[in-house]
Design a protein around this ligand. Structure first.
Ligand code: PMP
Length: 286
């Protein structure tokens, strides 16, 4: 069934949504994005995603005048028009149509291209993968050094996912200078002796909205958190591991580079945080 999507102020069938071949997003990967999760037809962590969007735009000196309330209206309208109960809303802002291919930014006043569409994904909460846990491989982190900006330059992340799939695994962890940065599309954590260890925030990783909330909830539940880099060897000797992202919430990891963690089953910290996170984000969805 065709979705209704949003393009530059208009709601239209997906087949009719067209963007210029000179669009900076298409030619240069000059675009930022957000994915906001939908549970029970409502948006979770909406304000966190909008705050990060503003930050990404600012870091790239990209201008987009849509206000928080206007974003909310567009998101809600798409959810309603497409009858989404569980899934997400994808939002992308590019630097617009430059009229030709040119490394220089287009002149000030060139309107950005704004695209939003829904992705219906029933079963996000009752995901069987969360019961079994997932397996990851490590790959060198060959991405650029402003990973804190959420750009659409996702080719290397996509290659990493394909490398994992080729090995019959679920995902890849990026490693730089001997330390894990993050997962291909998530932030990662290990648990050792009851302590949650996750890399500290910097330009090296995306500042996950789920990460921020999960760490807050873990602190509220009196869990101990250490924000610092860790190695693959340390992960392999950890009691458990997990990752966080908007659409997977808290996902237990049971194997790293062929080595089973603990008893090879999802750990209790990951399970508990998944429950807390889903419940709280459901309750605060708008
Ligand atoms: N790191 C990377 C590289 C990601 O692509 C994502 C998901 N977009 C995350 C972390 C998790 O961020 P969030 O919790 O905001 O979905």
């Amino acid at each position: 069934m065709s979705r209704t999507v949003y393009l530059n102020g208009t709601y239209l069938p997906e087949e009719e949504a067209q963007v210029s071949i000179f669009d900076r997003g298409f030619v240069m990967g000059d675009a930022v994005y957000e994915v906001t999760c939908v549970l029970d037809g409502k948006l979770t962590e909406f304000d966190g995603h909008m705050a990060r969007l503003q930050r990404s735009l600012k870091e790239l000196e990209m201008v987009c005048d849509i206000t928080r309330d206007e974003w909310l209206e567009i998101h809600r309208k798409l959810i309603e028009l497409n009858g989404v109960e569980e899934g997400g809303v994808y939002l992308q802002v590019t630097r617009g149509n430059a009229g030709d291919r040119d490394f220089h930014y287009p002149p000030a006043g060139t309107p950005p291209t704004v695209v939003l569409y829904t992705q219906s994904k029933p079963g996000l909460v009752e995901d069987p993968k969360a019961d079994k846990g997932i397996k990851v491989i490590s790959v060198p982190d060959l991405r650029w050094h402003r990973r804190d900006i959420k750009t659409v330059q996702l080719l290397y992340a996509s290659m990493a996912k394909m490398a994992a799939e080729k090995e019959g695994k679920d995902d890849a962890w990026f490693v730089e200078d001997g330390y894990v940065t993050e997962g291909s599309s998530n932030n990662c954590y290990i648990v050792k002796g009851g302590k949650i260890i996750t890399r500290d925030l910097s330009h090296d990783i995306l500042h996950g909205i789920t990460r921020g909330s999960v760490l807050r909830m873990a602190r509220e539940a009196q869990m101990v958190i250490e924000e610092r880099p860790f190695t693959i060897a340390e992960a392999q000797s950890a009691d458990e591991a997990f990752y966080t992202s908007a659409s997977a919430f808290v996902m237990p990891i049971v194997e790293v580079d062929g080595v089973a963690l603990g008893d090879g089953k999802p750990g209790k910290v990951a399970k508990r945080l998944r429950e807390i996170y889903i419940e709280e984000s459901r309750n605060s969805a708008i």
